[in-house]
Design a protein around this ligand. Structure first.
Ligand code: ADP
Ligand code: ADP
Length: 228
């Protein structure tokens, strides 16, 4: 199993009481799976994603990636895990404004052990003609493509996305989704995504619902549709 989360808890002390942002979450993902996390605002989606990505530390429970426990890693070891293993894509692209498209991607290439060829990746995300432009010269969809390429250039085994199409219109969302599917097929990248975008739900292999920090549903997507 690629990822195994067992009885994961993240709690915050609020005065006298503990508040459980993630409460006894258990889930498994196979390599190459695309899984979508759904749930109301404040239900713990981002916290769960951040725990799996090593951006936050769990209160208790276990997260195993390819059999290796990450919950007891030091901050330094977690940093290495994130760099080598995980790509992140957020709603807002967070590109570096004074670097070109190519440079934005290039600075992340050395982070992984087996980086992808930068120009091949730029072609794959359809930005060949834009590679020497700056982020401010690009549309939202193009900027998100750069953000996806930047997350992928180190060839992470795990791609974590928090509302990756949240700032995009329908058409550009669709382009970014097609890109995710293609990347998933080409590199067998395992993907865990938070989204309200129906098209992402449609292309996922499995859908997880979370409510008040608890996973309430974990179902195979039997109506899987491809982005194209
Ligand atoms: P259920 O009660 O069946 O677990 P939810 O209440 O989580 O379902 O979600 C109902 C529908 O609303 C689903 O299609 C889900 O994708 C969508 N949804 C869930 N959370 C949000 C949200 N914060 N904003 C917009 N849509 C959402
Ligand atoms: P979602 O992504 O589903 O909107 P989050 O994972 O961001 O939910 O947050 C889950 C809950 O945990 C929310 O009620 C939020 O207010 C709470 N929370 C998140 N971070 C902290 C923190 N640092 N201290 C206290 N509560 C927090």
């Amino acid at each position: 199993m690629f990822l195994e989360v067992q009885d994961l808890v993240k709690s915050y002390q609020t005065g006298e009481n503990a508040f459980f942002a993630v409460n006894q979450a258990t889930l498994k993902m196979e390599a190459g799976e695309i899984v979508v996390i759904l749930g109301p605002s404040g239900s713990g989606k981002s916290t769960l994603l951040n725990l799996i990505g090593g951006l936050e530390k769990a209160t208790s429970g276990s997260i195993k990636i390819e059999g290796n426990e990450i919950c007891n890693l030091s901050s330094k070891q977690l940093g290495i895990y994130r760099r080598n293993f995980v790509g992140f894509v957020f709603q807002f692209y967070n590109l570096i404004p004074n670097l070109t498209v190519r440079e934005n991607i290039e600075i992340c290439a050395h982070l992984g052990k087996n980086p992808l060829a930068i120009d091949t990746l730029i072609d794959k995300v359809g930005l060949h003609a834009e590679s020497h432009k700056f982020p401010s010269q690009l549309s939202g969809g193009q900027q998100q493509r750069v953000a996806v390429a930047r997350a992928l250039v180190k060839n992470p085994k795990l791609l974590l996305c928090d509302e990756p199409t949240g700032a995009l219109d329908y058409k550009t969302s669709k382009e970014v989704l097609e890109l995710f599917e293609e990347i998933n097929k080409t590199y067998n990248t395992t993907m865990l995504m938070i989204t309200h975008n129906d098209a992402i739900k449609d292309m996922s292999h499995r859908i997880i619902r979370i409510k008040d920090g608890r996973i309430t549903h974990n179902t195979l997507n039997t109506h899987r549709k491809h982005a194209k």
